[in-house]
Design a protein around this ligand. Structure first.
Ligand code: ALA
Length: 407
């Protein structure tokens, strides 16, 4: 009875939300991309409607069809990231889970880890947990105010017991892009392994794990890969064996009380998000068709336009690399006379523009940028945005900031 009552009271949850979103100018793509390319929603819905069986958990046709969806999406990911064996990719619920799997599965008591002050809490928090529980040690190499990392300082942080380096590929606050191939060479010289957090870059710029020397790559499915939320994954180099994060059913080696040693089963306990992974497969298809190079260039053009326009508004200070320098599709800024949260609120309520304000789960990067006290407003594009979206943001920020400064 209670369930019926609740369902009856909330029959139109999706309609109400989507209807409001349809006339939005969406510039919060660093959190989650929207809209998705054609085919993503359809593939997800189709799996729920037509093929909701457990992959690898039966030999009937529907279970096999679900298994093929995982296989196909994994193969597309391997193509996109230059990975030889798709089984070296494990699906996870998001990039945070992938990073937790990599960090907690790799680091052992007595280890030292090198990382940076640009990291998201999904790197900082698992490391802090291991520090508390097992006394591991972490060195945070300080990036400069724009979000650039000095490679000499990075190399100087390595100790004889350093086993892992973790870095974001692009800062989710500053948009700065780290030179992961150069970092990988340093990491190799010190006999350690490199884990890259590609939350902001997977799909939005080229990544080749072999060519760039990346040992583990964590990625979100719902950002630049255009999949649904609840998808993500981790690439693990074939010679690295991680402790699993989840112990549970895999549909394989069921007599064994340990997790199987075969991949990807070892890292995928429990029934996966097959509808989400079906949608993710369509998102990756789109990225491969467009090419990550073309997506990067389109986002860069929109970002450059945004920086140019915002920089011309008196009282606005942009964070991150200056004009002409490489950056992901992220522009964060602070405005004199108006708090970041208020500015984001007014953009949404008065202009229908969605951005994200606050600390973006990266207090370390805010300290680095000098915005630990104020937070910042972040506008972030995907290749679905248009110059008109950017013009609307610049115009709206200009009006709000000018009226606040006059008041
Ligand atoms: N990490 C995501 C962001 O930066 C959620 O907004």
């Amino acid at each position: 009875m209670v369930v019926c009552f609740v369902v009856a009271r909330w029959p139109n949850l999706i309609d109400r939300t989507v209807n409001r979103e349809l006339d939005i100018i969406y510039l919060d793509n660093a959190a989650s991309t929207w809209p998705k390319p054609p085919g993503v929603a359809e593939a997800t819905a189709r799996m729920i409607a037509e093929c909701a069986a457990g992959p690898g958990r039966g030999t009937h046709r529907m279970a096999l069809a679900a298994g093929r969806v995982l296989l196909e999406t994994r193969s597309r990911l391997a193509t996109l990231f230059g990975i030889r064996n798709p089984s070296d990719i494990a699906f996870t619920a998001n990039c945070s889970e992938a990073l937790n799997l990599a960090i907690k599965g790799f680091v052992r008591p007595g280890d030292h880890v090198v990382t940076t002050t640009l990291e998201h809490n999904s790197v900082r928090r698992p490391l802090a947990e291991l520090e508390r529980k097992y006394g591991i040690r972490t060195t945070y190499v300080k990036a400069d105010r724009e979000g650039n990392l000095d490679l000499k300082a990075f190399e100087a942080a390595f100790l004889p017991n350093t086993t892992l380096a973790v870095c974001t590929h692009a800062s989710n606050l500053l948009g700065s892009v780290l030179p992961v191939a150069d970092m990988a060479a340093i990491v190799r010289r010190h006999g350690a392994r490199l884990l890259v957090d590609a939350a902001q870059t997977a799909g939005a710029r080229p990544i080749d794990v072999e060519a760039e020397g990346i040992d583990m790559l964590a990625f979100a499915g719902h950002k630049g890969l255009f999949g649904p939320q609840g998808t993500g994954g981790l690439y693990v180099h074939p010679d690295i064996v991680l402790e699993p994060l989840v112990h549970g059913g895999t549909g394989s080696q069921s007599e064994n009380s340990d997790m199987p040693d075969v991949r990807p089963d070892r890292y995928e306990g429990g029934t996966p998000n097959v509808p989400g992974i079906a949608g993710l497969g369509e998102g990756i298809r789109y990225v491969i068709e467009q090419t990550p190079e073309a997506i990067r260039d389109k986002e860069y053009g929109l970002t450059a336009m945004m920086m140019d326009g915002l920089a011309g508004i008196p009282g606005v200070r942009l964070l991150g690399p200056g004009p002409g320098k490489d950056r992901a599709g992220i522009v964060s800024f602070v405005a004199e006379g108006v708090e970041s949260a208020e500015l984001a609120f007014l953009l949404d309520r008065q202009y229908g523009i969605a951005v994200r304000a606050g600390y973006h789960c990266t207090p370390l990067a805010h300290e680095t940028a000098g915005t630990a006290e104020t937070g910042a407003v972040r506008a972030s594009v995907s290749c679905m945005n248009t110059p008109d979206d950017v013009k609307a943001l610049i115009g709206a920020v200009g009006e709000i900031v000018t009226s606040k400064r006059r008041a």
